[in-house]
Design a protein around this ligand. Structure first.
Ligand code: ADE
Ligand code: ZN
Length: 340
């Protein structure tokens, strides 16, 4: 295997995306188009105006820019268009399988019906089969909202059980530990849903949150979660249980001083199922292949390491063993052809 990683190699490499917020794919062009279509005044008229507001240095300052923009999303068609725009980019990045986060409360809290959100997003995932992208939805609870709000959201979500594969937690982690939602996670698991949670970068209680998620709530994946390197016993646990860690290098570089490449490499070497993802690509300047390439370039990753990260993405995805093997074989034949 050649050791040079190029943008073409990372783009064509078959991969799964497991950490992608659909709201975070709202590009300035679509934001302006939807604002016009729905007569919503966002106080910005040009792409430059929108980009000027993209000023953040940590999770809280990012979320403060991110949420107000959601107002442009009003109708089922808007949610469809948002998801479709992402899915066409996913196809161009050879994302073969994607598990997409959506946050119903970010919309129901401003009067948009749950069904408007899910029907628009779900229809795009069905249409994505024509793009050769296998797309699924993970419903996230906003962890800075109440437990009661999460309970009602789960109740509503279960009416669409066949359209959702799992639940997660996102938004502001400060003083919002995973355990706050233990009951909702238990109920979701009882309904056969998969479990994941954000354990964001450099939080006040990162290690305690990771410990709760793994030892008490028994999640199958951690979103981000790279602070786990601070606790070797927990690293051993995720490697042993083959828990996925969905890392997002470009996003890391925005909310912290670096991409966390050292942590990613160390987890890869420890045998953890760490993968590369884009988080909120419209806000963090890059889709999934850009994340692979930026990491490879900055930290001099070999082609073998990049391939292992892509294999990890399928191995920690929520698909059958048989399907995983098919995707892994696709990676092997891609690499063989590329190296010729
Ligand atoms: N919502 C969108 N992106 C997020 C992230 N990286 N962490 C927590 N909540 C988010
Ligand atoms: Zn995220």
């Amino acid at each position: 295997m050649s050791s040079i990683v190029t943008p073409e190699f990372t783009r064509g490499l078959p991969k799964a995306e497991l950490h992608l917020h659909i709201k975070g794919t709202l590009e300035p062009e679509l934001k302006l188009k939807l604002a016009k279509r729905n007569n919503v005044d966002i106080g910005q008229e040009t792409i430059e105006d929108v980009q000027k507001t993209y000023d953040y240095h940590d999770l809280a300052s990012f979320l403060a820019v991110y949420y107000p923009a959601m107002n442009v999303l009003q109708t089922e068609e808007d949610f469809y268009d948002l998801a479709w725009a992402y899915l066409t980019k996913a196809a161009a990045n050879n994302v073969r399988h994607v598990e997409i986060f959506f946050d119903p409360q970010a919309h129901t809290s401003r009067g948009i019906p749950f069904e408007t959100v899910i029907n628009g997003l779900y229809r795009a995932t069905v249409d994505a089969r024509a793009l050769n992208v296998d797309a699924h939805l993970i419903m996230c609870f906003l962890r800075d909202f109440s437990k009661e709000s999460a309970r009602l959201t789960l109740q509503e979500g279960l009416k669409y059980r066949d359209k959702i594969i799992g639940v997660g937690l996102d938004s502001d982690e400060h003083n919002n530990p995973p355990l706050k939602f233990a009951r909702q996670f238990e109920d979701a698991a009882a309904a056969g849903l998969h479990l994941t949670t954000h354990c964001d970068i450099d939080q006040k209680d990162s290690i305690e949150h990771i410990r709760q998620a793994l030892e008490i709530m028994e999640v199958e994946r951690l979103d981000h979660g790279t602070n786990i390197v601070e606790d070797p016993d927990l690293v051993e646990l995720v490697a042993k249980r083959q828990i996925g860690l969905t890392s997002c290098p470009l996003s890391n570089g925005f909310v912290s001083p670096e991409m966390k490449g050292e942590e990613i490499i160390s987890l890869l070497k420890a045998g953890a199922k760490i993968s590369i993802n884009s988080d909120d690509p419209a806000y963090f300047k890059g889709y999934i292949s850009d994340n692979y390439y930026a990491l490879a370039q900055k930290y001099q990753l070999s082609q073998e390491q990049i391939v292992q990260l892509a294999k990890n993405s399928f191995e920690s995805s929520w698909i059958s063993q048989k399907q995983k093997e098919l995707y892994l074989a696709e990676i092997d034949s891609y690499v063989a052809k590329f190296s010729k």
